[in-house]
Design a protein around this ligand. Structure first.
Ligand code: C2E
Ligand code: CA
Ligand code: CA
Length: 477
């Protein structure tokens, strides 16, 4: 301002500039910070706000209900690792597109919520706020529709990729006041969906929270168990059916729990897998098995088994350093590679076919023996056999248990034994409990057997003392 001698303002010079550009730019920056760069969907922060608003609204507006869905895409990590991040990115964009196309969504940054929100909160994790639904049935209908939408394969840069969704659903409820609590429960339900075999949706309920609590406790217990040596191995003989000679030994883990007593593997392996405690546990199992094997050889060279057979978990199969680790353990133990056999099930392989195949071929290239475990219980038995370099086929014990049920069952087992023979694999019949079963299997020229009839899983000392031999029978039939 210009003023005269009395201080009165006589003139102004006005200067102005248009701030709308800057405002818009600032707003865009703000918006961008709340959108996921890859898919353009709301990110975790924006989801959080929207969810908090929806929670507030459900407390305010009688009858207003919404559902929160947590989606995770089965095998995404493997697709990403094996086909590359570009393909992974394409897949995430496609997922976003399919979600938008199947829901009435509100992508705008505006504060008023109308329609559902689809957000990507990390990796392959997508969260949906399903607005104004009639109740759990309404949410179930949408969840089912989404499962169908994700059933179709993806065409990504020349690859056809399949990846179904696992969905956890939680309904709005007066007990929720915090967005994070609701997301946590939807996540819990999603894990349950995965545990129930994937490609399904699960509605959250309170018992799941308790199960999670139990699992946490077991995980803590397991860490202690590993550190204080509560795990131990039992060994079950694998014999030739012809003359009952010991050929190999399978090592089977047990947990000697200080208060719960002896826990069988079926009760803790899956928890160990879910928590990835299986990795240090399996490392110990492998080291201990090899150590014990070498001790038998030293103790009784003429009676020691020719190989030790160790079960691999599906989690180990996808670890990039599996082969190195295995080789390191046998080298440290001073074992030949063909004295170690690793058992895998077809289901484990099929869950991660690409990665598992690579690992198995590498193990085979190093002369480690491979056995297909529980054969006949999985879903793609035959294709598996042609593709993978197995030395041994272990026929699942359900086939053996059925042998007494009629000729069809005998024929079925026979065809598996014959098939194994044609493909150059040694057959091991699992779960042999009776002399009749031995006789039938001998008549099929099944080479080896394992089961309570020969010996239960037992201590290392009992095994080498040949205690199991008392039970062997010679050539019936
Ligand atoms: P699997 O690999 O099929 O192991 C054979 C199971 O059948 C063992 O149960 C064994 O005790 C049982 N069995 C052996 N002979 C007979 C028989 O004549 N009749 C009957 N009814 N059962 C028989 P176990 O030791 O309870 O192991 C159960 C499963 O737990 C194993 O099935 C395997 O999948 C898993 N597991 C055991 N040890 C390990 C391990 O060290 N690592 C991993 N990853 N999994 C393991
Ligand atoms: Ca096994
Ligand atoms: Ca088995």
């Amino acid at each position: 301002p210009f003023s005269d001698a009395h201080g009165t303002i006589t003139r102004f010079i006005a200067m102005g500039y248009d701030i709308t550009d800057r405002k818009r730019y600032e707003l865009e920056l703000k918006v961008a910070a709340r959108l996921d760069k890859l898919t353009g969907l709301p990110n975790r922060a924006l989801l959080h706000d929207r969810l908090q608003q929806a929670i507030a609204r459900s407390g305010r507006v009688p009858g207003y209900q919404f559902a929160l869905m947590f989606l995770d895409f089965d095998r995404f990590k493997i697709i990403n690792d094996s086909l590359g991040h570009e393909v992974g990115d394409l897949m995430l964009k496609e997922i976003a597109a399919r979600l938008k196309a199947s829901l009435r969504t509100n992508d705008s940054i505006s504060r008023d919520i109308d329609g559902s929100t689809v957000a990507r909160i990390g990796g392959d994790e997508f969260v949906i706020i399903l607005d104004s639904i009639s109740g759990p049935e309404g949410a179930a209908v949408v969840a089912q529709r989404l499962l169908d939408v994700f059933h179709d394969p993806y065409q990504l840069a020349g690859h056809e990729v399949r990846s179904t969704a696992s969905i956890g659903v939680v309904m709005s409820d007066a007990k929720y006041s915090k967005a994070d609590d609701m997301v946590r429960d939807a996540d819990t339900a999603m894990y349950e969906a995965k545990a129930r075999g994937k490609a399904c949706f699960v509605m959250f309920d309170k018992t799941m929270q308790e199960a999670v609590q139990n699992q946490l406790q077991t995980e803590i217990d397991m860490r202690i168990a590993l550190a204080t040596g509560q795990f131990r191995l039992a060994y079950q003989p694998i014999v030739t059916l012809e003359d009952g000679q010991l050929c190999g030994v399978e090592s089977l883990v047990r947990w000697q729990h200080p208060t719960r007593g002896l826990i069988p593997p079926d009760q803790f392996i899956h928890i160990a897998e879910e928590t990835r405690m299986i990795l240090p546990l399996s490392q110990w199992i492998l080291e201990e098995s090899c150590r014990q094997f070498m001790q038998w050889k030293k103790q009784a060279p003429d009676r020691a088994p020719q190989y030790i057979s160790v079960n691999l978990s599906r989690i180990q199969l996808t670890e990039p350093d599996l082969v190195e680790r295995v080789l390191a353990v046998i080298t440290a133990a001073g074992m030949r590679p063909d004295e170690l056999q690793l058992e895998v099930t077809e289901t484990e392989i099929m869950q991660n076919r690409v990665v598992a195949t690579r690992a198995l071929k590498q193990l085979k290239a190093h002369s480690i023996r491979l056995a297909m475990d529980d054969f006949g219980t999985g879903y793609s038995s035959l294709s598996c056999l042609y593709e993978f370099p197995f030395d041994v086929l272990k026929i699942d014990r359900t086939f053996i248990a059925n042998l007494g049920r009629g000729r069809e069952f005998v024929a079925l087992a026979h065809s598996v034994v014959t098939l194994a023979g044609h493909m150059g694999m040694t057959c091991v019949a699992e779960g042999i409990e009776t002399d009749d079963q031995i006789a039938i299997l001998q008549s099929m020229d099944c080479i080896c057997g394992q089961g309570y009839r020969f010996g239960r899983p037992m201590d290392a000392d009992d095994l080498i003392a040949g205690l199991w031999r008392r039970q062997t029978v010679k050539h019936v039939a």
